[in-house]
Design a protein around this ligand. Sequence first.
Ligand code: FES
Ligand code: FES
Length: 153
Amino acid sequence: MITLQVNGTSRQVDVDPETPLLWVLRDNLGITSVKYTCGIAECGICTVLINGAAVRSCSISVAEAGAQKITTVEGLPDDHPVKRAWIEKQVPQCGYCQPGIMLQTVDFLSRQPDPTDEQINDAMDDVICRCGSHPRIRKAIRRAAEIAIKHGG
Ligand code: FES
Ligand code: FES
């Protein structure tokens, strides 16, 4: 049995320790906001936060994740600057990629609270939205930074 800390709750799973965290979150815990796409750490769509850092959940085992603090998009408060900015800028098209990109943004803004456009472009260079929502993603990141600065994070 492996114990995980997901969105502030302790969860136990009886799985092979080498199982990718992605599948445990989706199949064992029913957190289907965590999406499978490439499966080889290339697209960023399966991203979750582990201790606040963006991690591609397809490429870390559940044993490696262990007892660290895992956050999925459900674990962000409704008034989180990234959620507010995503709604304000109406970012999603199909929505498939958005949870992972939002969590990547949370990590990015924790390291770059007032990013330049170039830093935003660099940070989003390795996440893939097949619907082409990147222009709105960039606007939402800029807006989330403004909201966080105005309201103290
Ligand atoms: S599914 Fe994990 S990076 Fe693409
Ligand atoms: S909104 Fe459809 S894949 Fe990004």
